[in-house]
Design a protein around this ligand. Structure first.
Ligand code: C2E
Ligand code: CA
Ligand code: CA
Ligand code: CA
Length: 278
């Protein structure tokens, strides 16, 4: 068995080597990219479903690698998290997005993703307050998207941080809702103002009875708990119609608008005309 094990190991070695080397290279390049400002942000619009009004934008980080082209955040954010680069990266994202949002109408909110690793390695409250002071963005315009894994780790410290942010006027949204190991009980212990139903549930709306039941129940839960419900990854008119019928508050997805690098400073039309759901 030992012999087998060694053979197996040797067999996979070159492939592992290549993966490891690519990772090391990406880590090195990411460090440079942060320093040289080679990253940028896309902004994806969010709309109120009953009136079709623009409510805000979510900032999404992008990396255009000089030789490899676009590298998705699902590849480089985990590298940043494991190497500690998430601290300078997260700070750059927050500062850049808050500065950009100053050019929007004052009722337009900005949503920024925070990684669980940021809560582990730094005082997120200090970071957010400092960036708000430096940029001059009103705290009420900022929404921070966190995931269930943030809440599961280090609970006391996270409760404290989120409560202080809430008192400051910054709101907290629970991202990717339904995918994590969630007990729902945290909704009573944390100041969560918004729940974003994960795209994987929206994807199969209409084709899968169970997901329809789950999504309509989450919408009902939001109404009873007075938590705003946003559906993410809405791609079709059919999905939009169901969400509207159930009373879902907000929507985000390709059907309404893709993430874009520049967004108009004064968007006159809210929901694009051919996407009118009213
Ligand atoms: P997320 O926070 O759940 O972001 C939503 C993702 O869904 C984005 O992918 C967005 O482009 C995509 N999306 C939006 N609408 C649709 C749709 O209708 N259909 C489909 N198929 N996709 C849609 P993206 O930009 O590739 O980001 C992936 C993940 O990377 C994010 O998931 C988030 O977890 C992470 N990420 C992105 N930007 C940041 C950031 O600035 N900071 C941190 N910490 N994580 C980020
Ligand atoms: Ca998000
Ligand atoms: Ca999400
Ligand atoms: Ca997601």
């Amino acid at each position: 068995a030992k012999q087998d094990g060694r053979n197996t190991f040797r067999f996979f070695e070159p492939a592992m080597d290549a993966a490891l080397q690519r990772r090391r290279r990406l880590e090195h390049d990411l460090r440079n990219a942060i320093r040289k400002n080679q990253l940028y942000l896309d902004y994806q619009p969010q709309f109120g479903l009953s009136e079709g009004q623009l409510t805000g934008y979510e900032a999404l980080v992008r990396w255009w690698h000089p030789t490899e082209g676009e590298i998705p955040p699902s590849t480089f954010v985990p590298i940043a998290e494991e190497t500690g680069l998430i601290v300078p990266l997260g700070e750059w994202i927050l500062k850049t997005a808050c500065t950009y949002a100053l050019g929007w109408p004052s009722d337009t909110k900005l949503a920024v993703n925070l990684s669980p690793a940021q809560f582990k390695t730094q005082d997120v409250f200090d970071l957010v307050r400092r960036v708000l002071v430096e940029t001059g963005l009103e705290p009420e315009r900022l929404e921070l998207e966190i995931t269930e894994s943030t809440i599961l780790q280090n609970t006391d410290q996270v409760i404290e941080t989120l409560s202080r942010l809430d008192q400051l006027g910054v709101s907290i949204a629970m991202d990717d809702f339904g995918t994590g190991y969630s007990s729902l009980s945290y909704l009573t212990r944390f100041p969560v103002r918004k729940i974003k139903i994960d795209r994987s549930f929206i994807d199969t709306l209409g084709t899968n009875e169970q997901t329809s039941a789950i999504v309509s129940s989450i919408v009902g839960l939001g109404q009873s708990l007075h938590v705003t419900i946003t559906a993410e990854g809405v791609e079709t008119e059919g999905q939009a119609a169901m969400l509207k019928r159930w009373g879902c508050d907000q929507v985000q997805g390709y059907y309404y608008g893709r993430p874009e690098a520049e967004v108009p400073a004064n968007p006159l039309e809210d929901v694009p005309l051919d996407r009118n759901v009213a």
